[in-house]
Structure formats: C-alpha cells, structure tokens
Design a protein around this ligand. Structure first.
Ligand code: IMP
Length: 445
C-alpha cells in the first residue's frame, strides 16, 4: 500500500485530473480534500469527455471509493447537477462509491452572490474568481458562521438558520445594489441535500479504517501551488491550501500516513484570473488558443499562457515535498521553435532562484531564459518514453536536472493512452519504499 498526494505545481489546470485518473488504476480510494466546484478536471476516457468539478476523478472507475473530505467547500446544488450529468453519461454514483464528509462546509447560493459582490467592489484589483462562492464559504468557515454537512441532518433547525443567513446576505446585497437571493431557493437546497444524504458519513474514520486495512489512497489536489492561500501569489489566490499539507488537514489523514507526493506541471505555464505571471507570452497564448487549447474547464475563459517557469517549480518542489513530477501537455510544444524555459529571475541586480514574497516584486522580476532545441514533430501518437524525439526527451531531462526531481510520467494528449510512464518506481504506486535519488537520474545529454 502507498498513500500518494497529487498536487498542481503551477496555477491550476496542469492536467491533474488526467494524471489522477491514470494513477487510480493502482488506488482503492480517491480523496478530494480542498477547494470546491471552482475546480474543473477534464478526463477523456475511450473518446468520451467528462468534466468533473467536485467529484473525485476516481468516480469514472468501477470499484473505487471516492471521498469528499472535510476540507472541501461543497455546493450541494452543484454536486447534484454534476452527479446527474454523469448519470446521463451512463456512470452511476451510488452511496458506497461516494462518501461525503459530515464536516465539509457548504457553499450556498448566497456565497456565490457575495463572491460576485466582493469582486465588483475590488474594481481593477479583481482576483478573477470563478464566482462559485469559494472565498465566502471559507470566510464563513474561518468566521465560524458556516454550515457543515452534519448540520443539515436536522432539517428543521437547518432551515431556520438558512433562512436567517439568506435574509442577512440579502441585506448586504441590496445595500450594494445587487439582486438579492430568491428565498425560494431553500427548496432546491433541501432537494439537493436529500439526494446527498445517503453519502454523508464520518470520512475521517473511514479513511483511517482503509489505511489500517492496507488500502491505497490517492489524494487529488485541486487548483495549484501558486493559488494556495499561504504559499501562492496572495491575494491572487484561492481560499484553501492547495499544497500537500492541505491534503492532510482536509481529510484528517495525518502526515505520517503519506508515502509520496507527485506534482503535476504543464510543459509550459498557464493561469486564469488576474495576478502576476512573469513568463507570460502573448504569442504562445495566441498559438494555443488558435489550436482550441487552453480554455478553462469551469468558466470557459481563455487561459493566459507563458513559458515554463522553473523559479515557480523550484518553490513548488520545496513546499510540497515533491518526490516525482508528472509533466503534461508536452505535445503543446510540438510546433514551438525555439523553446524557452525560465531558469531564474533578476530583480534589482539580484539573481532569484525562488519567487519573491510580494506581488510588486514579482511583477518587476525579469525572467531569464534558456533556449532549448525544438522537436517540430507531432508527438501525440507516442506511446512510450523511447518513442519521443530526442529533443523532447532532452527537454524533460533539463527540467529534471534543474529541479533535481525525477519526471515519472509524461503526457502527450488528453486520452488515457497518451500517458507515458517512465519507470513504475517513480509513481511510487508499486513500492513506496523505493525513492529515486537525484544521483540516480539519467545522465543529461
Ligand atoms: P476562486 O477559487 O473562485 O475564489 O478564484 C480565485 C483564483 O483561483 C482565480 O484566479 C481563479 O481563476 C483561480 N482558480 C480557482 N480554481 C481554479 C482551477 O481549478 N484552475 C485554475 N484556476 C483556478
């Protein structure tokens, strides 16, 4: 058994859903521990496309248990819509397949409206949130005014409190000239909660039982390292801990039960929403958008695009304790010539290997690039590491050598079979006691 955390190494949208889906074959339980339906994980399986927001990707595999942990911001109406969409696609979601923590906080209709209100009041300092109510849900949690799933089990009491909160929120919204929430929405909330009720349980106890039985856990991170409320580009972040530690607090599984952390990084960098992005490059963005790539799975927004940034990745490797990287979208660089990677920044005459702490400094930091040979070949049909052109392999080697972390998995397209596993040891799923040391990395050409 081996318990693995998967995190995003950049600003989200790294292709974690696909990597989790791929690794799920070796796992028994797949856990979401933070974030809410701001996440959008696209999984393509046998030509069928599934977009998941709150459901762990393991739901697409028969026989796996999926857990929505205590750290998740759970929008009941959104989750039921997602379940119904999957059911229409032929995937049943039964109580034994999906366990929802009784401690997970609820995202309710007024949270969405308040998210919109806060964004509006920020003017040109907008975060560019997904407007799914995530910030206000976690704010209520921190203010100790939130509702948890267990609170909804006493319907009468919950209904009274919910009506009160809707009235309070409506005062706020009306005063700001916004449309208030229709009080009749409580019926939809209650209907959604009734659908979810058979799934609500003490997931922490379940996970500890699963560990005792020697079952394999996979933690599916949402968003990415630089959207972490503590370690990201604050305030242009989401409201949860998207880094490896968040998997523990958001599930109740302690750090000493975790065997391995895998970070997922795109072969370049993207970001949605506002905030600094040192390696942003308009030409790259135009290239990807013209190909129909790099549009957000949740909001459909164009993602901002740029070169691979190793300053960010170095930081991500440190704070997540990354054992191994999965590099996705390598095929996105097929027609890019030459290819550049940012090795460090320069700021006020100083060389920076790690990102500075303030937004103002990050905005002023000048990325320094290294140019690497292009491959100018379609690699989407490659099915093994050896199939990749030499320049593509050198690109991966260069990342490994600069970060001193092995790349265990490379993805060359959205389908499950477009996933090249370099060495099963590197995913850690087969034998967690094996760790690849930097000196074991393949020699750099
Ligand atoms: P929020 O999480 O909706 O509050 O949005 C805060 C920031 O995180 C915004 O820049 C969003 O675009 C970004 N964000 C939230 N979820 C995701 C995601 O799943 N992928 C990429 N960016 C995200």
């Amino acid at each position: 058994m081996s318990n693995t955390i998967i995190v995003g190494a950049q600003w989200g949208d790294e292709g974690k859903g696909k990597v989790v889906d791929f690794l799920t074959s070796s796992a028994d339980v797949v856990v979401r521990a933070q974030g809410g339906n701001n996440a959008g994980h696209t999984v393509i399986c046998e030509g069928k496309k599934y977009i998941l927001h709150l459901l762990p990707s393991g739901i697409l595999w028969p026989g796996k248990t999926c857990v929505i942990g205590n750290g998740v911001a759970l929008d009941p109406i959104g989750l039921v819509t997602e379940i119904e969409t999957l059911e229409r696609q032929g995937i049943a979601v039964r109580p034994e397949q999906l366990l929802i923590s009784d401690r997970a906080h609820l995202t309710l209709p007024y949270h969405r409206e308040i998210d919109g209100l806060r964004e509006q009041s920020r003017g040109d300092q907008k975060i560019g949130t997904t407007r799914r109510g995530i910030g206000p849900t976690y704010a209520d949690k921190a203010n100790r005014t939130g509702f948890r799933m267990a609170d909804t089990l006493d319907t009468e009491r919950f209904l009274l409190a919910l009506r009160e909160r809707i009235a309070e929120s409506n005062d706020l919204l009306t005063a700001a000239g916004m449309v208030p929430v229709d009080p009749g929405i409580v019926e939809s909330v209650l209907a959604a909660l009734a659908r979810l009720r058979p799934h609500i349980t003490n997931t922490m106890a379940f996970l500890h039982g699963a560990i005792t039985e020697g079952r394999t856990l996979l933690f599916e991170g949402a968003q990415g390292t630089f959207l972490d409320i503590d370690h990201g580009t604050y305030p242009f972040v989401t409201s949860s801990n998207t880094t490896a530690g968040g998997a523990c607090t958001g599930s109740g599984v302690p750090p000493n039960r975790i065997d391995r952390v895998i970070a997922v990084a795109k072969a370049y960098t993207t970001r949605v929403g506002t905030g600094p992005f040192p390696t942003e490059n308009q030409d790259l963005g135009d290239h990807f958008h013209a190909m129909g790539r790099e549009f957000g799975a949740t909001t459909g927004r164009e993602r901002r695009c740029g070169w691979l940034d190793l300053v960010l990745l170095r930081h991500a490797v440190m704070i997540n304790g990354v054992d191994s990287l999965a590099v996705t979208n390598l095929d996105g660089l097929d027609q890019i010539d030459p290819i550049r990677i940012c090795t460090h920044y320069e700021l006020d005459g100083q060389r920076l290997e790690l990102p500075p702490s303030t937004i103002a400094e990050l905005e002023r930091a000048v990325p320094v690039y290294e140019t690497l040979p292009a491959w100018n070949t379609d690699i989407s049909a490659c099915r093994s590491w050896e199939d990749l052109p030499e320049a593509a392999r050198r690109y991966i080697h260069r990342i490994e050598s600069l970060l001193r972390v092995p790349v265990g998995l490379v993805s060359v397209g959205p389908d499950r079979n477009q996933t090249l596993l370099r060495d099963p040891r590197w995913t850690g799923l087969e034998n967690p006691s094996i760790r690849v040391r930097p000196e074991e990395l393949p020699a750099i050409a």
